[in-house]
Design a protein. Sequence first.
Length: 197
Amino acid sequence: MSQTLCAIVLAAGQGSRYRAVAGAHRNKLLAQCTGRDGVERSVLEHALVSLHAVVDKVVLLTRPQYSSVAELGLHHGCEVVVLDSPGMGDSIAAAVSARPDHDGWLIVLGDMPFIQLGTLKRVAESLEPDAISVPVHNGAYGHPVGFGRGFGPALMGLAGDKGAKRLFKGARVNEVVVDDPGALWDVDVPAALDFDP
C-alpha cells in the first residue's frame, strides 16, 4: 500500500509584529528575501518551493483578503483553502479536514523561508502512524512538525489561537536532530528577512 503525505502550509496569520514595523499594508509572506539557495523570492515562495519534492499534496491555508497569497499558492500547485481564521488551531483543523485521507501531515509555517530541503525530507521520512516528528536544532524544537495518521481526528478537532502544540502532551515524539538553524527562523519582523543565524 502506498503511503501519502500532505503538507499543510499556514499562511493566514495577521503578521501584526511585522506590520507594526513595515507598515499596515505590508504582508510579510510577500516580502522578498534571498534564500539559502541564493535566489530571491517571496517569503512564502521559499516555504513552498521544495515541498513537492517531499510530499504528495500541498494545502495552503490563507485568509479571504490575501488574494496574492492564494494566487502564489495556486501557481505552486497547492490546493488553496480560504478561511477567515480566528487562530492557528482553526487553520490546521480546516486544512486537515480538507485533506483527511493521508498517512500523515507536515505542518509548515508560511513565514519560515530558510528551512533546508534535507530537514523537510528527514522529518517526512521519520513519520510513523502513532507519533509526532519534530526537527531539533541546538536542543530547540523547530518546524515543520509531522503528525502521523493516528493524529488526524485530533488535528481536525483543534480550535482557537493555539496550534497543535497541545497534542505533544502524552504523545510519542520522534526528535529529528538537524544542523539547520532555518528550522527555528521565522520572519516576525523585517530584520528577519536577512538570514544570519
